[in-house]
Design a protein around this ligand. Sequence first.
Ligand SMILES: *[C@@H]1O[C@H](CO)[C@@H](O)[C@H](O)[C@H]1NC(C)=O
Ligand SMILES: *[C@@H]1O[C@H](CO)[C@@H](O)[C@H](O)[C@H]1NC(C)=O
Length: 523
Amino acid sequence: MNKLFLQHTYHVTRKAAVSILISVSVLRCVQVTMRRKLTLWARFCLVLALLPSQTVMSVDLGSEWMKVAIVKPGVPMEIALNKESRRKTPIAVCLKENERLFGDSALGVSVKNPKFVYRHLQSLLGKKHDNPQVAVYRKRFPEHHLVKDESRGTVLFSNSEEMQYSPEELLGMVLNYSRGLAQDFAEQPIKDAVITVPAFFNQAERRAVLQAAQMAGVKVLQLINDNMAVALNYGVFRRKDINSTAQNMMFYDMGSGSTTATIVTYQTVKTKESGSQPQLQIRGVGFDRSLGGFEMELRLRDHLAKLFNEQKKTKKDVRENHRAMSKLLKEAQRLKTVLSANAEFMAQVEGLLDDMDFKAKVTRVEFETLCADLFERVPGPVEEALSSAEMFLDEIEQVILVGGSTRVPKVQEVLLKAVGKEELGKNINADEAAAMGAVYQAAALSKAFKVKPFLVREATVFPIQVEFTREMEEEDGSRSLKHNKRILFQRMAPYPQRKVITFNRYTDDFAFYINYGDLILKH
Ligand SMILES: *[C@@H]1O[C@H](CO)[C@@H](O)[C@H](O)[C@H]1NC(C)=O
Ligand SMILES: *[C@@H]1O[C@H](CO)[C@@H](O)[C@H](O)[C@H]1NC(C)=O
């Protein structure tokens, strides 16, 4: 899976030195740049514009929603409202005849015509056709016909011979749309963006997002891990609380498609150039790629389908009707939200199937029973984050909730028990922290702004390895090729960081590859 797109190949001629300095930032997707010193007069504003009309944007790309933020000269960082004046936009594209719709309008069509609406693209990005996640997608969205892309080995949505779209193309359309939203809101043209990706995204997945951005004509200043964006947002707005004593925080982020726990240390550090500066360092990351609110909604949908079938209002099985199932999914989503605040709720859909209305009571207890195995997985990322950081729970000052799905009461209950704290931190905007952290980073990377420095040290979620092939002489004198693989940076190695590798056995030109290594984990 990682090998789908080899990202960095280096051709080295013998004449060149045999020692090569590799800095982790060669992986542009994970690059983090530190900022320069800030002059005194900018002390009280986080971001200061240097050039006029150079608005930059961020897109927090989730599996179900995106949030767009902008920073524009003279205006503080802010979330860009969409056409419906909402702060978040569903990631959905409707392609029907000559019609192209996005966001809420596209989602509106999905209830009547699910076949033309493409959603949850994140799980398909950069995946080969035989990847298990493709099979999961097929099962979840049976209305779509996924075929193999013969040239790349990935998948295509196929409506007909002429209408075939790759997940990357569709995401490109979404990114172009997001830029349109940002431009309309800023009333300025925008080209540069920082885009979030889940921390667990591998090389092929990151590459796919970059391709999508390229198709949209969006210049990616950086792909930032979403947990880093959240941690940055938290730190930037709490500079005053950061001192020379290290404080360890855990962010627990459960979104629609996945869950990530991240341990971050905040403290001030002395720098040569600019004295004492706040710094954040990612210490540990744990994740569950398939634990999230969407799976809960699917369970509720299937429960509603079962209830409808049991009511025997028609002879048909509602589960075989894509349109009816789409309506039930929409109702299941409402149900999940309402059950977060209420103990029971009457689900209802008019004219669900054969003009029959559907109505059924669902309680929170029933919901929790349907998802019992999911709630059991809530502590998993916490444990993994702790073990990757080699830390214990009592070293963590606070566990802070991020992501819409942490609103489910049972998630909070199980998490609170697992972390043994008095309470969970709710002092961050769970929906918008990543978009805001990413737009701060966009300003930091753009030449048009100066930002108050905040030092960041990322950690490599994947090991980074070098691969090369060498001709070897066997005992019997014959020659054979030996493939070598060496880990350059271990999992959780901090970066930016440099490392020297020496190739001294080559007598001729050669090439080597820098790749993400494999990650062998439970999930
Ligand atoms: C990108 O979006 C703009 C509207 O913001 C639209 O005019 C343009 O056609 C779109 N480009 C592509 C390639 O879809
Ligand atoms: C650092 O800040 C924390 C709380 O923000 C406080 O408890 C601690 O005493 C401070 N340490 C120093 C050395 O000022």
